[in-house]
Design a binder for this molecule. Structure first.
Ligand code: FAD
Length: 389
């Protein structure tokens, strides 16, 4: 058993760590000030300039295959990178990524959607959730009706990340009511100029997702991604692509938060002593460190299983559930250590507090992860002994 990183993994991790420290963290103060004015913390031009800089050093499309111009890295490296990126709340990510399911597109669709998404000239969004169907995604009602060589889409999607900015949507619609999610849901690639509308949704986070409205939106038969009726599998593939990535980012945030908490605790004197000397504060630091360490191995084990081609679904759900719960407890403790200052917008702690809350909701709520974990165990698909058996 080898818990170490290879020389290459270490080199990549260290490069990203330095990049985040030198290029991303200096933008934090400005990002906080802008967000206080309800502006975006980082403008699209600033993000692009940073991404271009990283690209010249070879950091482009971390998991995008080399055949498509990317680095073709595996899940462990992607997780290591995500942890480093999570250390700053500035929403930076490397360019050159595309939704995994776009790689199943036919040649013509790849030219139209996949290649420009990788190049950053077109933006996608993924739309399955509806006002009446979130956790229970099989209950979607958006419909697509065939009329000759065209399909006519009607329905409403909600909470769609990037839906306000997207140039096209991967939308999931019922094409056969009888079959429903078992062979009756189809994924369509729909350009915005086909007539769907988006409306921003105000959230606790710094910028919101969108509600999408489809009213008699007509698309040609060639807009189908994959096979007619096989959309639900594509949706599950998109959602399952990398559950370990969400807690990986949260892990980086928690590391930084605890460092901030310790720094504050060393400097803040009450009743003649630094609060770092108080057991109440030390226990918060200790509990957080233990949980961070546990989360690190849950995330990396799940990623390692992905790289090995093992069935990683149980490990990914465990990492996502534990990461969501613990990240929220840790940010709460760090806010507490900062006292009143933790509650202000002078510091990023309250910002992280709001951001990390989402982790317990999207891409499968805590309750749905628990349901998956328990079902896998009870049906014998997974063991409480983990992958070692
Ligand atoms: C900021 C944000 C971005 C998002 N981005 C996207 C996106 O890009 N694309 C997309 O398609 N969707 C997206 N979503 C939707 C997200 O995946 C759903 O919100 C999530 O799956 C939960 O669905 P729901 O909101 O309908 O809650 P519900 O399913 O209504 O659940 C409500 C509560 O009941 C619990 N619950 C539900 N079923 C059970 C059960 N069987 N047993 C026990 N408890 C249960 C849930 O855990 C939750 O606590 C996003 C959501 C948010 C908030």
């Amino acid at each position: 058993m080898d818990f170490d990183l290879s020389a290459e993994e270490r080199e990549i991790r260290d490069w990203v760590r330095t990049f985040v420290r030198r290029e991303v963290m200096p933008l934090e103060q400005q990002a906080l000030e802008r967000e206080r004015r309800h502006e975006r913390g980082i403008t699209p031009d600033e993000l692009k300039a940073l991404q271009d800089k990283a690209r010249t050093a070879g950091f482009f499309g971390i998991q995008t295959p080399e055949s498509h111009g990317g680095m073709g890295q595996g899940a462990v490296v992607a997780a290591l990178i995500e942890i480093e990126l999570g250390r700053s709340f500035v929403p930076f990510r490397f360019a050159g990524e595309a939704d995994n399911i776009l790689f199943s597109a036919n040649e013509e669709q790849q030219e139209r959607y996949l290649v420009p998404t990788i190049e950053g000239t077109r933006r996608s969004c993924f739309a399955i959730t509806e006002p009446g169907a979130g956790s229970d995604a099989r209950a979607i009602r958006t419909s697509a009706r065939r009329e000759g060589d065209e399909w006519v889409i009607n329905g409403e999607k909600t909470f769609i990340t990037g839906g306000n900015e997207a140039d096209f949507v991967m939308v999931f619609a019922v094409t056969d009511k009888e079959k429903g999610a078992d062979g009756g849901v189809t994924c369509f690639l729909v350009d915005r100029d086909r007539g769907w509308r988006s409306e921003p949704i105000d959230t606790m986070g710094e910028w919101g997702p969108a509600a999408l409205v489809f009213e008699d939106v007509r698309v040609p038969h060639s807009a189908i991604l994959g096979e007619e009726g096989r959309g639900f599998e594509l949706a599950m593939r998109w959602i399952g692509k990398g559950r370990y990535m969400l807690p990986a980012r949260a892990l980086g945030s928690c590391e930084r938060l605890v460092e901030m908490g310790m720094e504050h605790a060393r400097n803040r004197v009450t009743f003649g002593q630094a609060i770092a000397e108080r057991q109440a504060i030390q226990w918060m630091v200790a509990d957080s460190a233990v949980e961070i360490e546990a989360l690190r191995w849950l995330v990396l084990t799940a990623a390692w299983q992905v790289d090995r081609g093992l069935d990683s679904r149980q490990s990914q759900s465990i990492a996502k559930l534990y990461g969501g719960i613990k990240a929220n407890e840790i940010v709460d403790r760090v806010l507490q250590i900062h006292g009143g200052m933790g509650y202000t917008r002078e510091l990023p702690v309250e910002r992280w507090y709001r951001e990390l809350r989402l982790l317990r909701i999207y891409e499968g709520t805590d309750e749905i992860q628990r349901r998956t974990i328990a079902r896998n165990l009870l049906r014998g698909h997974a063991s409480v002994r983990g992958h070692l058996g």
